[in-house]
Design a protein around this ligand. Structure first.
Ligand code: HEM
Length: 193
């Protein structure tokens, strides 16, 4: 959003380039660190939890690896950005982004002299958009408002009469995980949790 909003809008509302740059660095940096920690945990789980690993396609793993790399590159840009707090580099990126929306073939010339890490981050960012239709990332184009209105068919575990643990356990390789208790649709469950 920040890159695609025309500079004239920021000028109109009185937000200077320096203020926008520092805000983007601070807010984006904090959000980026949180996302990096979360993505690392998810990637570790997907790679090293045997049950999750068995049900993951190559595409599922690739998407997480690319997102992890993208976050790493994005956070790395901050090392360069702290030396450009007046926002002059950010103005170049904004010019490049608005050039893209106008199909301006000369847009890339604006960012030719910026650090390599920005370019790697941009190439990978655009690649993530490119692979979206072929991976699980496709869900970013859906607006899941229908979830608010759908009937309750969430699957939950019933309480076992025998007192046997209902903790999910690993089934034989290649099969779905087995559960200690019966699995029943929520609408039939006596005590939906
Ligand atoms: C085509 C897509 C993308 C483009 C063009 C892009 C561009 C940029 C640019 C120019 C910066 C430097 C901003 C500055 O100077 O302050 C940046 C920073 C950053 N980007 Fe991206 N990015 C893209 C996608 C992504 C994605 C998908 C993620 C997360 C997975 C991400 C995470 C970050 C982070 C954490 C920072 C550092 C914090 C900040 O400066 O705000 N970027 N990005």
């Amino acid at each position: 959003m920040g890159l695609l909003t025309p500079a004239a809008v920021f000028n109109f509302v009185g937000v200077s380039h320096g203020f926008k740059q520092v805000t983007a660095l601070a807010v984006g940096g904090i959000a980026g660190i949180a996302a990096f920690i979360g993505c690392s945990l998810l990637l570790h789980r997907r790679l090293f939890d045997p049950r999750i690993r068995r049900s993951s396609s190559k595409g599922d793993i690739m998407v997480l690896v690319l997102l992890w790399l993208q976050l790493f590159l994005g956070l790395s840009t901050t090392i360069w950005t702290v030396n450009a707090l007046d926002g002059h580099e950010m103005v170049l990126f904004m010019g490049w982004a608005s050039g893209l929306t106008r199909f301006d073939p000369g847009a890339s010339a604006l960012i030719l002299d910026t650090a390599l890490v920005y370019k790697l981050h941009i190439v990978l960012g655009l690649t993530l958009f490119l692979i979206t239709p072929f991976t699980r990332l496709v869900h970013i184009w859906s607006a899941p408002i229908w979830y608010l209105f759908r009937p309750g068919y969430q699957i939950v575990r019933s309480h076992s009469k025998t007192g046997v643990s209902t903790t999910p356990t690993l089934g034989p390789a290649g099969l779905a995980p087995s559960f200690g208790g019966d699995t029943v649709p929520r609408s039939h469950s006596e005590s939906a949790q």
